[in-house]
Design a protein around this ligand. Sequence first.
Ligand code: ASN
Length: 347
Amino acid sequence: REMPQGPANQTTAPPAAATKANVVILATGGTIAGAGADATNSATYQAAKVPVDKLIAAIPSLGELANVRGEQVFQIASESFTNAQLVQLAKRVSQLLKQDDVDGVVITHGTDTLEETAYFLDLVVKSDKPIVVVGSMRPSTALSADGALNLTDAVATAANPASRGKGVLVTMNDEIQAGRDVTKRVNIKPSAFFSQWGPLGMVVEGKTYWFRAPVKRHGTSSEFDIDTIDTLPEVAIVYGSGNMNPAAYTSAVQAGAKAIVNAGTGNGSVAGYLVDTLKDLRAKGTIVIRSSRVGDGFVLRNAEQPDDKYDWVVAHDLNPQKAKILAAVAMTKTSDTKELQRIFWEY
Ligand SMILES: NC(=O)C[C@H](N)C(=O)O
């Protein structure tokens, strides 16, 4: 029977090994490598149990998308990620992408701090080759597990030259999200990941479809380079609410925080009775960054508080956990608040 002729030429056989992209899967653990006692356990399970070779072997069709090999970097739930592990992972990604025989990297990751890792890599890995971070909401042993399709989409995206130069990408629930923007919004459904500026595209049946591209500095246009970063400074987030205790700020600084991200109410607002505490911390050298617990929108400079007068920085549209990552990366280079504010506008 004659196959229909489509513009996308989807009826041809998969590319031969030599023409297929080489994709390395760096596994770090998370629910995508999780295992439950029973198929009905969609939320009760142990994360970070299944080794990367087993994850790959469970999806034979990956081999049709790319030449895939795995490397087990960590085997942890993502809430346990430390700065030292972030740095180690990013250095490995950078090293791999410098190799001619690597076309793209996929990182399997827990979803809880996936957005931090994706943004960190976006800022510090100087490569145009695709970097895709992926996780799952259900363990591999669950009914309707989402990991296999998310990972397939990640490999398809990493193998596709159209993904180059678009920053770190995240493939969850059929969507391609910008690693900079994406955030975990729901803690129990496969549709957990969201970006207020919308997904960049979709993956359907192994093909990528693109609708927009990021404009913020990243990758090769970033001034930060993981090859020159070995440690990150301590940044604390203090969550805003009614009836705050100033000790939340002062104790964070006493414990070593060099910057505080204020996850303020509304447009990053700060209670009147806290202002002196934050002014005092700034006078003694702590960087004060106003973000918002609201999550969407963006904090306006000199609205709600006179940032110019107090020498505070605003986080622009970054939620507190993203602001924490950018602050830590930026402070490897500067503690100048004008420079920090420039960086918060540009990245
Ligand atoms: N869905 C997940 O991956 C959650 C898990 N706690 C993790 O981040 O590792």
